[in-house]
Design a binder for this molecule. Sequence first.
Ligand SMILES: *[C@@H]1O[C@H](CO)[C@@H](O)[C@H](O)[C@H]1NC(C)=O
Ligand SMILES: *[C@@H]1O[C@H](CO)[C@@H](O)[C@H](O)[C@H]1NC(C)=O
Ligand SMILES: *[C@@H]1O[C@H](CO)[C@@H](O)[C@H](O)[C@H]1NC(C)=O
Length: 385
Amino acid sequence: MATSFSHFSSKISVAAFFIFYSSLATSISTKTSPEAIPFKKIYAFGDSFTDTGNTKSLSGPGGFGHVSNSPYGITFFHHSTNRYSDGRLVIDFVAESLSLPFLPPYRYMKGNGANGVNFAVAGSTAISHSFFVKNNLTLNITPESIQTQLLWFNKFMERQGCIGSASSSPACKAAFDGALFWVGEMGVNDYAYTIGSTVPNETIQKLVISSLTGFLEEILNKGARHVVVQGLPPSGCLPLALVLTSEDDRDNIGCAKSVNSQTQNHNMIYQTKLQDLRRQFPEAVITYLDYWTAYHTVMENPARYGFEERLKACCGSGGPPYNFQVFATCGTPSASVCQNPSQYINWDGVHLTEAMYKELADMFVNGTFSHPPFSELLGKKLRGD
Ligand SMILES: *[C@@H]1O[C@H](CO)[C@@H](O)[C@H](O)[C@H]1NC(C)=O
Ligand SMILES: *[C@@H]1O[C@H](CO)[C@@H](O)[C@H](O)[C@H]1NC(C)=O
Ligand SMILES: *[C@@H]1O[C@H](CO)[C@@H](O)[C@H](O)[C@H]1NC(C)=O
């Protein structure tokens, strides 16, 4: 996989991913009545799987430089909102589910952010940009990292009159009060940018996890009490990974085996670090969202969730089996869009359709792919713990 990816890794910035579903999802569904909605706002972080408009065609990941154009957004907004999908993302469905408005992107904010802000940036990394500079891996990559997002968060808090932690002042208390911290999947880009380079995947794994753990420690120290953390998706199921790996590198559902086992292994180690953080911050609820298993569950039985196409991108070029070509991605003149995006899991070769994001959001919030269950997070908040 390493060598076949190397040629492309600097050209394509993979943004982020998601997906989930559970056979148990419906039976265990947590009914959250509107009057019991406990959160006043969401502060979100992440990459293109979570970005609701912090990047545009020219400032986003190089390989997906047409996000500001049609057909992005066709299904729900009917125009591009600079989301990397045909419609809403997981974070949008979560906001709706909590009776909150869609989160404004920090860079182009309208309003005062009273219901939260989205700091996620498409193409951004968990490891700081200087690491990629030092390793000569900067061609065409997004310079923002999770550290940038933390900086933006701190600036936003300062504007609310909050310098320091939740307990430093009444303004800080208000800014943290009723806040859900949503830490979307990050790390996919770090791996993608270094494929085929001399940097070993073990190094990336270690650095991504320590960077994210450091970020979480920082927000928990400041006073975050309700934190949701997504693991990595099975990125070996994305058309990008499939066209760049060899035909014999496949698992039982047709995804790139090496990539999926790497992300699965990454998630296992990440979860042990989350366990340490739970011990360190017993007053906080840290919920892990198992993106990998949820997405994989849908892939195993797509028809059950209304999907007909598992591996083929809805918007792209080249036709079957993946309808994905690295230099003619969605939004370019040679790409076209499918008739029925809701029957596809994949939107543009890397990002998912609104239909898939909707399933995943439901699996996270109402299903069994959240540990501890999302309902516990809500319950604890309502009791005022
Ligand atoms: C990065 O490129 C410079 C200039 O070509 C070279 O001197 C340096 O050794 C390279 N660094 C790495 C880590 O490859
Ligand atoms: C790194 O990649 C190699 C080759 O694909 C694989 O065997 C190994 O398990 C990977 N290591 C990690 C930590 O994912
Ligand atoms: C969870 O289930 C409730 C009740 O069926 C539904 O209104 C809500 O949209 C679901 N949440 C998500 C994120 O799908």
